[in-house]
Write a protein that binds this ligand. Structure first.
Ligand code: AMP
Ligand code: TRP
Length: 338
């Protein structure tokens, strides 16, 4: 236990907005699994972030549980890491409010993701939660005094705000928060749509052939790769002029661990059709055991519940300890339960 305290605290999460796809796995989850042994890890399902855009309540609840099953199936180890659901912990919303009071409105309004998401809700209601989202994300991180936060490039701006808020709080109320560092993955981690390789693979792509989900059957995966969009050439080479082939090489490299130059050498002279099948087979080999574990886990709701309950208790204890200090610093009257 004493040794665990020395390790850096790593915290990250994902929104349970739909099924987990290959981009989520190669770009995020696989890296989370890799860091587990070296750090004191907290992984959560960010359902409070998900409701910044409208969600169906029953679907959201199901997605949160399925997301937990996917975390475990991909290799997050509840014996090593703490896995929990954001809304089950008292403290995220409370600290978000406090940090939001320190966040400059202009900085929130300038967030790229806020501008993007708000403009996509065309003609629809734009909730203030979308603007407040980065304050909640800062609270998620600072509530556990995390040192390192693995995120995608798209979250860099939110991490910068988190750092600013930690420094601002420390400056006004005295040192309390670690100023966390983002852990942003290298260029290889962006998985693109199989139907439009210049766009990111995403959960919400209307083209059902564009995205490979971890729940897809072997046949579905094969079909999606066979119909992947490539160029009219014949060379297996990663280049910006060949985004389709580049994406397939990138995916293959992600699942088999070999470098792109090595793969280019291995597949020189191989036709596109054969190459697509090869990539599909490698992806099937990687996804099948995850899918099977996911199916088994989903049938064992008691086990999932136990994992989440253990995670909740640990996270809540840490959150309470931190919030007791925050209350003291801010000038709130002490809470007996903290
Ligand atoms: P999202 O699905 O956008 O909620 O993202 C959840 C996590 O998966 C984040 O860490 C993203 O950076 C990562 N992610 C999402 N889509 C991709 C993708 N196409 N390629 C690589 N990483 C992705
Ligand atoms: N905003 C992140 C995303 O959409 C998810 C998230 C919420 C998160 N809170 C976080 C990630 C705290 C890291 C740390 O991907």
């Amino acid at each position: 236990m004493g040794e665990k305290k020395q390790k850096p605290i790593v915290l990250t999460g994902m929104q349970p907005t739909s099924a987990i796809h290959l981009g989520n796995y190669l770009g995020a989850l696989k890296n989370w699994v890799a860091i587990q042994g070296e750090a004191d890890c907290l992984f959560f399902v960010s359902d409070m972030h998900a409701i910044t855009v409208p969600q169906d309540p029953n679907q959201l609840r199901k997605n949160s549980i399925d997301c937990t099953a996917a975390y475990l199936a991909c290799g997050l180890d509840p014996g090593n890491s703490h896995i929990f659901i954001q809304s089950q912990i008292i403290g995220h919303a409370e600290l978000a409010w406090i940090l939001g009071c320190l966040a400059p409105l202009g900085q929130l309004e300038r967030m790229t993701q806020f501008k993007d998401k708000a403009s996509r809700q065309t003609g629809e209601f734009v909730g203030a939660g979308l603007l407040y989202y980065p304050a909640l994300m800062a609270a998620d991180i600072l509530l556990y005094n995390a040192h390192l936060v693995p995120v995608g490039e798209d979250q860099r701006q939110h991490l910068e705000l988190t750092r600013d808020l930690a420094e601002k709080f420390n400056g006004i109320y005295g040192p309390l928060f670690n100023v966390p560092e983002p852990l942003i993955r290298g260029g290889c981690a962006r998985v693109m749509s199989l139907q439009n390789p210049t766009a990111k693979m995403s959960k919400s792509d209307p083209n059902s052939l564009a995205t490979v989900f971890l729940s897809d059957t072997d046949d579905q995966i094969m079909k999606k790769f066979r119909s992947a969009v490539t160029d009219s050439g014949a060379e297996i080479r990663a280049s910006d002029e060949k985004p389709g082939i580049q994406n397939l090489l990138n995916i293959l490299s992600g699942v088999c661990g070999k470098s792109i130059p090595e793969l280019e050498a291995n597949y020189a002279g191989v036709g596109y059709g054969k190459f697509k099948t090869t990539v599909a087979e490698a992806v099937i080999g990687c996804v099948r055991p995850i899918r099977e574990r996911m199916e088994t886990l989903k049938k064992d709701s008691q086990y999932l519940w136990d994992v989440l309950e253990n995670g909740r208790m640990e996270a809540q204890a840490r959150a309470n300890a931190l919030m007791a200090k925050v209350y003291g610093r801010i000038g709130f009257v002490r809470r007996a339960d903290l």
